[in-house]
Design a protein around this ligand. Structure first.
Ligand SMILES: [Zn+2]
Length: 100
């Protein structure tokens, strides 16, 4: 029986011990993260990826690794969308056509 990836591996760090006001946000939403977790993406331990997550997304990671990654990439796209709309710069220049 082969394992299915990505899958939840372990809790690497708990944020309850740090200052309540200094808790970093979840990487999937804006709630405060409670833990840093490792997700296994394949059979290689060295390829494990770590995420800061809130209570809700910790549950998602444990129950549905694939769903967790989908939510993570969706959150990344939202962030990129915000930034790129500010940095957007119309590029309307064209090489002049010197052919006669
Ligand atoms: Zn979250």
């Amino acid at each position: 029986m082969s394992k299915k990836y990505p899958r939840f591996d372990s809790i690497f760090k708990t944020y309850k011990k740090v200052h309540p006001n200094g808790t970093p946000p979840c990487e999937l939403c804006d709630k405060p993260a409670i833990v840093r977790i490792f997700m296994e993406v394949n059979y290689m331990n060295g390829d494990d990826e770590d995420f800061r997550v809130c209570d809700e997304h910790l549950k998602l990671a444990k129950s549905d690794g694939e769903g967790f990654y989908k939510a993570y990439f969706a959150a990344q796209e939202n962030d990129n969308g915000k930034e790129s709309s500010q940095l957007e710069e119309p590029v309307a220049q064209r090489e002049g056509d010197h052919a006669k």
